[in-house]
Ligand binder design. Structure first.
Ligand SMILES: Nc1ncnc2c1ncn2[C@@H]1O[C@H](COP(=O)(O)OP(=O)(O)O[C@H]2O[C@H](CO)[C@@H](O)[C@H](O)[C@H]2O)[C@@H](O)[C@H]1O
Length: 653
């Protein structure tokens, strides 16, 4: 018998493989999932799981999903060598009429390792390597995944949430999962509206019960890069500005608009026949930030009591705990939740945070409701997963989050390495790679020219990109700038946000004419050019759940100087000049505490290294570029969490 590398495949550290069986009682994992040229067939008899391993000689067949029992042609082709293993049934999937539509099975404890005898081990090294390669790439179990998010690039983006929800779904789809992303169909009367041009009206109107009546919404759909992009259509998503506000400030009806999103997202898997068939009830909802938070509460309070979505799981992904969706308690009745679920969202401000003596501090907090009802909780880095359980980082939710520590994990974001690739980036004038960095200095002089700065390739160019708000430490940058400008450096900032800082950036341009540029606005091409053209990227964030700009910077050989917090500390390795026999180790500078002086000190160390230690700097640039920030490795970690979510029963039934 030839080698079958199933050991790692079937003996994950969870000791569990969940296998779905179709109505017919057996299904096939296409050979791509199992290693080269094999199929697994599983049948269920008398409460036991039988795994039949077959060598397949015909075509590998499609990769259409775990429960696709339609590979009958492939079955006919196979030349079976059967061996049996036994397991137990975890649960039965039924449709609304009670008919069995699928089964979840778990291999019998101790039986789930398939270890071939030594004689079986293939001698052909090439084939072995190929098997291992395949195995590394393959997904063990596929899921129906429903992302719910307020933004998803390229359709909508105001920050990192859009980036993540625009690229992680594609990575997961690429690993064999069926993935839907549900977000609003924003139209603001600008050229950005064309982002939605390829999405077609599915002609499926539904009525949602919230805000004192029936709200009719429609669904638009685009299938792109293996993902079902579903857009919720409602007039409240059509207005100037970004998803959250306009030049006059934040929109006053965010609770309404995102309540619609959540109700619609709960219905979408049930009512939309995408590609011919619905996602159905057995879904994994990935609920991103407070805007989507009502999904977990709806599943627990509105669907589960009626036996709907009982095999679904919800995972709350926290990108930023500072925004929680807090509104007056009286707004609870608008949310379309049963009245006896008020406690899940109930939130009482501490006395010091109340506005006047008669203020009882009572509010509803949607993110809190999601934390209470989600099956699992994720944040976008390990460091931040810990920080949010502390008083300093918990924004009032630290005790609640601590109480759910057993289901709380952190996974650092990846980046879209195709969009952010210095060797092919369409937004930059010159291209470069770790093997040939010469294009980087050309990008620098092109940027200096574009910004009207003196063209000085030898002058250290520092960059900042981000939202201009308290989180990003803009006040400290403003405070440190006068002293920084005494050095022979150039500094360019791109950002929009608080008017105070926008005005300061404009005025600093006048004060430091030859040294400072402040680009006020949101401009993706410029962000690429700054990332490529600068030598150093500054990120003095007060807190940073993950941070993407430091990852982009490293990919572009721009050395990050960051506050040692959250995801910044997890992803930037502090430079150690003495390591590796003096050739150095690390990818940037992580400073702490967050003060004006430590920002200046870290920047000056970086500047001195850039000026006086050219080969050390080149080593830093190369190490930055060699880091793996692909979504692939993050997606594998997400799959681990999916498995954990499915092993446990739903948190609230
Ligand atoms: N003016 C501008 N013009 C063009 N592009 C601009 C821009 N301002 C910001 N961007 C872009 O927006 C993104 C910002 O991403 P970040 O992760 O740094 O921050 P954000 O705080 O929005 O995200 C939150 O969610 C993400 C995702 O999980 C976490 O990484 C992060 O820590 C958390 O605060 C980057 O792609 C950046 O280039």
């Amino acid at each position: 018998m030839e080698s079958l590398k199933l050991t790692r495949l079937l003996s994950c550290n969870l000791s569990t493989n969940i296998v779905s069986l179709s109505r017919t009682g057996c299904s096939y994992w296409p050979s791509r999932q199992l290693g080269f040229g094999y199929l697994l067939r599983r049948s269920f008899q008398n409460g036991n799981l039988t795994v039949v391993r077959s060598k397949k000689t015909g075509n590998a067949g499609g990769f259409g999903g775990l429960t696709d029992g339609s590979n009958s042609n492939a079955v006919q082709d196979e030349e079976e060598e059967e061996e049996e293993q036994h397991g137990v049934m975890l649960c039965i999937d039924r449709d609304v009429s009670g008919s069995v539509i699928g089964l979840q099975l778990i291999p019998q404890s101790g039986d789930h390792e398939v270890i071939d005898s030594e004689e079986d081990v293939a001698t052909d090294t090439k084939e072995k390597d190929q098997d291992i390669e395949e195995e590394k790439l393959e997904t063990r179990v596929t899921y129906n995944i429903v992302f719910v998010t307020a933004e998803a690039a390229p359709y909508s983006k105001t920050g990192g949430l859009g980036d993540v929800c625009g690229s992680l779904p594609i990575a997961l789809a690429g690993r064999g999962h069926r993935v839907m992303v549900v977000s609003p169909r924003y139209l603001n009367g600008t050229p950005a509206d064309k982002n939605f041009a390829a999405a077609i009206d599915l002609d499926r109107r539904i009525k949602l019960h919230c805000f004192g009546g029936e709200q009719e919404i429609a669904f638009f759909h685009e299938y792109r890069e293996g993902v079902d992009w579903v857009f919720v259509e409602h007039p409240s998503y059509h207005r100037p500005g970004n998803p959250y506000g306009d030049s006059h400030g934040a929109f006053g009806d965010s609770q309404f608009r995102f309540t619609l999103l959540c109700h619609a997202a709960c219905e979408a898997p049930l009512v939309l026949p995408l590609g011919g068939y619905t996602y159905g009830e057995k879904c994994l909802f990935l609920v991103n930030d407070w805007h989507a938070g009502l999904v977990t509460v709806l599943l627990a309070s509105k669907y589960h009591p009626f036996g709907v979505y009982k095999d679904a799981r919800s995972i709350l992904v926290i990108h930023n705990l500072a925004h929680q969706g807090v509104e007056p308690a009286a707004s609870y009745k608008n949310l379309g939740l049963p009245s006896d679920w008020y406690g899940a969202l109930e939130w009482v401000f501490p006395t010091w945070a109340r506005t006047h003596a008669l203020d009882t501090g009572e509010a509803v907090n949607i993110l809190k409701g999601a934390i209470v009802t989600a099956d699992r909780i994720l944040t976008v880095s390990k460091g931040y997963a810990w920080e949010i359980t502390t008083v300093e980082g918990g924004y009032g939710l630290n005790e609640l989050l601590s109480s759910r520590r057993s289901v709380l994990n952190g996974i650092a974001n990846g980046i879209d390495v195709a969009e952010w690739d210095p060797s092919s980036d369409e937004h930059i004038a010159f291209h470069y790679s770790a093997d040939d960095l010469s294009g980087k200095v050309q990008c620098k002089t092109a940027l200096q020219q574009e910004l009207g700065l003196p063209i000085r390739p030898e002058c250290p160019l520092i960059g900042f990109i981000g939202r201009l708000d308290y989180q990003k430490g803009i006040d400290l940058i403003r405070w440190a700038t006068p002293e920084l400008m005494e050095d022979d450096v150039q500094f360019v900032m791109l950002g929009s946000g608080e008017p105070l800082y926008e005005d300061w950036m404009r005025s600093a341009e006048t004060t430091y004419r030859d040294k400072f540029r402040g680009w006020v606005g949101f401009n993706v091409p410029i962000s690429h050019r700054i990332t490529a053209g600068c030598d150093i990227l500054l990120m003095p964030s007060r807190f940073e759940p993950c941070g993407l700009n430091q990852l982009y910077a490293m990919r572009y050989a721009t050395v990050p100087v960051v506050h040692a917090t959250g995801g910044l500390r997890d992803t930037v390795e502090n430079f150690n000049p003495y390591a590796e026999g003096g050739s150095g180790e690390g990818t940037g500078w992580t400073f702490s505490p967050l003060t004006r002086d430590s920002i200046l000190k870290a920047l000056r160390t970086a500047i001195m290294t850039y000026r006086d230690h050219k080969s050390t700097w080149e080593g830093l640039m190369k190490r930055c570029m060699e880091r793996d920030f692909t979504w692939e490795s993050a997606a594998i970690q997400y799959e681990q969490v999916f498995e954990w979510a499915c092993i446990d029963p739903p948190y609230i039934m």
